[in-house]
Design a protein around this ligand. Structure first.
Ligand SMILES: Cc1cc2nc3c(=O)[nH]c(=O)nc-3n(C[C@H](O)[C@H](O)[C@H](O)COP(=O)(O)O)c2cc1C
Length: 471
């Protein structure tokens, strides 16, 4: 469809001249396969007016199958975000990936096409449109998400993405789950500051602990999330039940077989994600049915793969999947956030940058180590897991501050697994806060964490990504 034809089509949809012309226009748009324009039309066209003037049932009904197919191959939810960005000029001049769903040429068209509120607000107020979007299956990811359009200010138009829209955030930023570091307090503080805070569930955590921390995180009144370790759930299925009962807005379930847990979570209305460390894992995650993928590079703190760094992984995953992608690993400042947004990620998933925060559960001696550590003071491996006899799958080692215990045992993990004295030494060091032996998990971004701060300050600094993207 040429730009002129598109203009005519959208004009017809906005001001229908006859039912037939109106249906013809919408059909032409759908057949063009241009999801951004379809979204524009869903946003702009006058369902009610068409119905009133020409009578009949939901005018989109004849297109239900087509909409469904279109949304399956290229989720319109991305196009919603694209359309919104286009209106605000966010895309101007940037190189867009296919997930942006819109070309630069179309950007200028769309910018002038409408200054109306976004599709989502229309969906919420229009039963007809709701029907239309249901017909499109997953197309309207924003539909029915609570807490939207509550008057919160956005962090800036360049920072509006699928993530901010889905969870009504000020910034496209997730405070990553960090077991043993982020409990409900840190999660709530990140959420209150305009990001999406998550708490991490340790492998042996009880259902009641999850219930308590969920209540603390939810007290911010803002969306929050919970991170489960997939390998730990079979031995502790009450964790999954407790998470479902708490109904957080986002759940990540990573590191192990997670596919069977996705449906119960989604049934509870929870958005689900998993952290992937290779492009193949990303493809498998999309296939399994997650809503969004976290592409987590090897420089990240805590557990994950050590195979691919964040930037090559992100580029490859963005090209390999059609669902929203968040970037993780080494993102600690506005520069990192701007970089991954420019690449096409819908947001950043940030852990290490929060390690110095007053709202963490990190002890003072551990925090001193974090604040003093430089960018090359981390090491990746399984030493600390083996010493604790934790059943982490071998492909998911951990990145932590290098210390004397790590250096002594790295490369001798089998020996360590059988050494009871070393296990006891680790246990005693953990209790005593001796971090020459005990672990402090952190990523390479730890070099940028040099003073104790509040989570709100850390989140606020990320907003400078807006200006970086405008350059
Ligand atoms: C101390 C610490 C604990 C972590 N615990 C978890 C966890 O419980 N569950 C999880 O899915 N990821 C966990 N992670 C990984 C983070 O979710 C995230 O992938 C990582 O922090 C991103 O990289 P960055 O640290 O460079 O920001 C942890 C990371 C850290 C630093």
């Amino acid at each position: 469809m040429t730009m002129d034809e598109l203009d005519d089509t959208l004009a017809e949809l906005r001001k229908p001249t006859s039912r037939e012309a109106y249906l013809r226009a919408f059909g032409a748009l759908l057949h063009s396969g241009d999801t951004a324009a379809v979204c524009e039309a869903l946003d702009d066209y006058q369902h009610e007016e068409a119905l009133t003037r020409f009578g009949g049932s939901n005018p989109l009904e004849p297109f239900a199958d087509l909409l469904e197919r279109l949304s399956a191959s290229w989720p319109v939810e991305d196009a919603h975000a694209s359309t919104r960005r286009a209106r605000t000029g966010m895309t101007g001049g940037r190189q867009l990936s296919r997930h942006d769903g819109i070309s630069d040429k179309r950007t200028s068209h769309s910018s002038s096409a409408s200054s109306r509120p976004g599709c989502r607000s229309s969906l919420e107020t229009s039963p007809t449109r709701r029907g239309a979007c249901r017909a499109a299956g997953r197309a309207c990811a924003n539909f029915g998400v609570p807490g939207r359009h509550n008057g919160r200010k956005g962090g800036g138009t360049m920072l509006n993405t699928w993530l901010t829209s889905r969870f009504d955030l000020d910034l496209p930023l997730v405070g990553a789950p960090m077991a043993g570091v982020s409990d409900g307090r840190l999660a709530g503080a990140v959420s209150a500051a305009g990001g999406l805070g998550m708490f991490g569930v340790p492998p042996a955590a009880s259902a009641s602990w999850i219930e308590e921390q969920s209540a603390v995180a939810a007290a911010s009144g803002r969306p929050y999330g919970v991170g489960l370790m997939a390998w730990a759930v079979p031995d502790n299925p009450a964790q999954l039940d407790a998470v479902i009962a708490a109904r957080p807005n986002l759940v990540s379930i990573s590191f192990g077989s997670y596919a069977e847990y996705l449906e119960p979570l989604r049934q509870a209305g929870i958005t689900v994600t998993t952290q992937v460390g290779t492009t193949d894992e990303a493809r498998a995650a999309e296939q399994a049915g997650v809503d969004v993928i976290v592409a987590r590079g090897a420089e990240g703190g805590g557990h994950g793969r050590n195979d691919v760094a964040t930037l090559p992984l992100l580029q490859s995953v963005l090209d390999a999947v059609s669902i929203p992608v968040l970037a993780a690993g080494g993102i600690a400042t506005a520069r990192g956030l701007a970089a991954v947004l420019a690449a096409g990620a819908q947001g950043a998933w940030v852990g290490t940058a929060f390690l110095g925060c007053v709202e963490t559960t990190v002890s003072e001696p551990a925090k001193e180590r974090i604040l003093a550590a430089g960018e090359d003071d981390t090491a990746y491996g399984r030493v600390f897991d083996v010493a604790q006899r934790l059943a982490w799958p071998v492909e998911y080692g951990g990145r932590a501050l290098r210390n004397a215990f790590f250096d002594r045992w790295a490369g001798r993990e089998q020996e360590l697994a059988a050494d009871e004295d070393a296990r006891a030494e680790m246990e005693a060091a953990r209790r005593a806060g001796d971090f020459d032996t005990a672990y402090v998990y952190a990523g390479q971004a730890v070099g940028m964490v040099s003073r104790g701060r509040t989570a709100a300050d850390v989140v606020a600094d990320f907003a400078a990504a807006e200006n970086l993207l405008r350059r």
